[in-house]
Design a protein around this ligand. Structure first.
Ligand SMILES: NC(=O)c1ccc[n+]([C@@H]2O[C@H](COP(=O)([O-])OP(=O)(O)OC[C@H]3O[C@@H](n4cnc5c(N)ncnc54)[C@H](OP(=O)(O)O)[C@@H]3O)[C@@H](O)[C@H]2O)c1
Length: 309
């Protein structure tokens, strides 16, 4: 194998995060592609266990979708700081370090929730945070640890850090789907954000790994979309009767423990690699709303049951 994951033969993927949302989706996708892959058994903090996984699978590429995200949400991390450090910082670095010493390319599904609109990057200005900008959002402990570890990971020449944001899938009752969340909430804020449409972008991440890309990548569709614009699409494609209520950030702060980040990420790097990538609204229509509109009655019934109204 040549450095940074470029292989002359078929790549072999080792996935961390078997029981997780994104880890599960990656495995299904690689299976459909007929790729060679296996899941890791080790915990991220366990160097011996990781080495045993390397020995068993002999990966050319590691895909890491393991990490602590908190249940029911990132507020959990506020009260579990040591666990969060152990997994998201120590564990993450452990994996990157072992991949480096074994000449294995590592792609890690990280987060773009480490930025927040401010005077230099005002909401609505169209100016997005680039891969070179220093994270300015540490309002939640989760984001704080993720920003810290990103700053260290970028020194590893074998690592690609993907900044995922508000991930979206077609299943409108899947609880982790950003659209499901905002359909379910009693009240939502209305702020434009960069988002990641997983059915479009996950295959690109495999291609990035095969290309041996490294460094930081803003891993979102180009542009941003607000909560209300998504709800308008839901109304247009699925439920014309749908209504929702907005509240502002100050009111939202009363029902969550830690502040949440809202931002626009610059997508020139990913667009350079994949010129075909769709702007966020077009991607949502193609990968989420059009497929759901084809089975509108079932979708509507499932969503109504989920909302209990
Ligand atoms: N979902 C989102 O909204 C979102 C947004 C932006 C970024 N991301 C990032 O994307 C990544 C994957 O997210 P996800 O939503 O798929 O997470 P998830 O559903 O919560 O899954 C997390 C996975 O990590 C594993 N894990 C936790 N601690 C571990 C440890 N110490 N060692 C090994 N495995 C461990 C879990 O396994 P066990 O069940 O066995 O503990 C599970 O398989 C995360 O790093 C997250 O920060 C997610």
């Amino acid at each position: 194998m040549v450095a940074n994951g470029t292989t002359s033969s078929q790549p072999v993927f080792l996935i961390f995060g078997k029981s997780g949302w994104i880890g599960g989706l990656i495995g299904e996708m690689l299976k459909q592609q007929g790729a060679k892959f296996d899941y890791a058994n080790a915990r991220l903090e366990d160097r011996t266990g990781i080495l045993a996984d390397f020995e068993r699978v002999k990966p050319t590429h590691v895909l890491n979708a393991a990490g602590l995200t908190g249940r029911p949400n990132v507020d959990w991390c506020e009260d579990h700081k040591l666990e969060t450090i152990r997994v998201n910082v120590l564990g993450m670095l452990n994996l990157a370090d072992l991949c480096f010493s074994h000449n294995i390319h590592l792609t890690t599904y990280a987060t773009g929730c480490i930025f927040h609109y401010d005077v230099s990057f005002p909401e609505g200005s169209g100016k997005g945070f680039t891969e070179l900008d220093t994270p300015n959002f540490t309002g939640s402990y989760y984001s704080h640890t993720k920003a810290m570890v990103e700053n260290l990971l970028k020194e590893y020449p074998n690592v690609l850090v993907l900044r995922v944001r508000m991930p979206i899938v077609a299943d409108l009752v899947y609880p982790r789907n950003f659209i499901t969340k905002i359909i379910k909430y009693d009240k939502i804020v209305n702020i434009p954000n960069s988002m990641t449409v997983l059915p479009e972008l996950l295959p690109m991440s495999i291609e990035m790994a095969k290309r041996g890309l490294t460094g930081i990548m803003n891993y979102t569709n180009p542009g941003c979309i607000s909560h209300n614009e998504i709800m308008e699409l839901y109304k247009q494609y699925i439920d014309p009767e749908f209504t929702w209520q907005n509240f502002n950030i100050e009111e939202q702060a009363k029902v969550i423990k830690a502040p949440r980040s809202n931002n626009l990420l610059d997508t020139k790097r990913i667009e350079g690699e994949f010129p075909e990538i769709l702007p966020i609204k077009e991607s949502l229509i193609k990968y989420v709303f059009e497929p759901n509109a084809k089975q509108r009655d079932q979708v509507l019934a499932s969503v109504k049951q989920m909302r209990g109204r």
